[in-house]
Design a protein around this ligand. Sequence first.
Ligand SMILES: NC(=O)C1=CN([C@@H]2O[C@H](COP(=O)(O)OP(=O)(O)OC[C@H]3O[C@@H](n4cnc5c(N)ncnc54)[C@H](O)[C@@H]3O)[C@@H](O)[C@H]2O)C=CC1
Ligand SMILES: Nc1nc(O)c(N)c(N[C@@H]2O[C@H](COP(=O)(O)O)[C@@H](O)[C@H]2O)n1
Length: 229
Amino acid sequence: MRPFVFVNLAMSADGKLSTIERRQIKISGNDDFSRVDMIKSDADAIMVGIGTVLADNPSLTVKSPDNIAKRKNKGLDQNPLRIVIDSNAKTPPDADILHKGEGPRIIAVSDKAPQEKIEALNEYADIFVGGEEKVDLETLMEALSEYGVKTLMVEGGGTLIWSLFKSGLVDEIYTCVGNCIIGGENAPTPVDGEGFIKEDEFPKLELLSLKKIDDGALMRWKVVKDKKH
Ligand SMILES: NC(=O)C1=CN([C@@H]2O[C@H](COP(=O)(O)OP(=O)(O)OC[C@H]3O[C@@H](n4cnc5c(N)ncnc54)[C@H](O)[C@@H]3O)[C@@H](O)[C@H]2O)C=CC1
Ligand SMILES: Nc1nc(O)c(N)c(N[C@@H]2O[C@H](COP(=O)(O)O)[C@@H](O)[C@H]2O)n1
């Protein structure tokens, strides 16, 4: 058993998540930010990689008072469970994700994470330990399911999204294409990592919807399971 996993990302018209300096930038507009807040507030949990925490210092909180009120009325915490994939326990103890907003957090580390760093983070978050070098995402998903997580939103970055696709752990992906060009051959893209080589390994997608949003476009894709092309 694992949660339903959907990725949400914003990329430039030339397919970049950020600049070569990995600096956080606004790619999508206000309507998209409202949409993201809504789907985040409907999710049981939200996940990012440590690369994103170090680059952007996100809080991953629900921002709109209406969305917060809706969660509270359902008896939920103000924010979904926030999860960082962090093999070496490098999350800074003063990171916004650990301090801003109410609600539980999990830092997922691998067996090689230093014990003293785990203990420091354990003051603010539960710790999941699994995987020799990198976090074992499959085992983590099973643990999240047992924890009651039915829907999991993944906010990036490209390295984590690659691992999830490689392990067949993505069900849907929202791609917001903003009206800008970033460029840079080493700038992060939605799916980085090693990349698939053979055509029959490419995850196949079905387009569920396509619409204009702000001055860009929003696509919602379903990952087609067990179909090779
Ligand atoms: N435009 C957008 O929607 C978003 C953009 N970003 C951008 O993405 C960039 C950060 O992305 P990345 O550097 O790719 O970092 P990332 O956020 O994908 O984190 C990857 C890191 O997680 C750790 N990790 C542990 N276990 C892992 C596993 N099993 N699989 C994969 N990673 C594992 C590794 O240390 C790895 O380097 C930043 O520039 C950020 O601004 C991030 C989120 C959303
Ligand atoms: N959906 C979306 N659109 C953009 O234009 C973006 N730049 C991002 N970036 C990611 O969203 C996260 C926001 O964190 P906060 O909760 O607002 O602190 C952060 O991880 C950015 O990388 N997303």
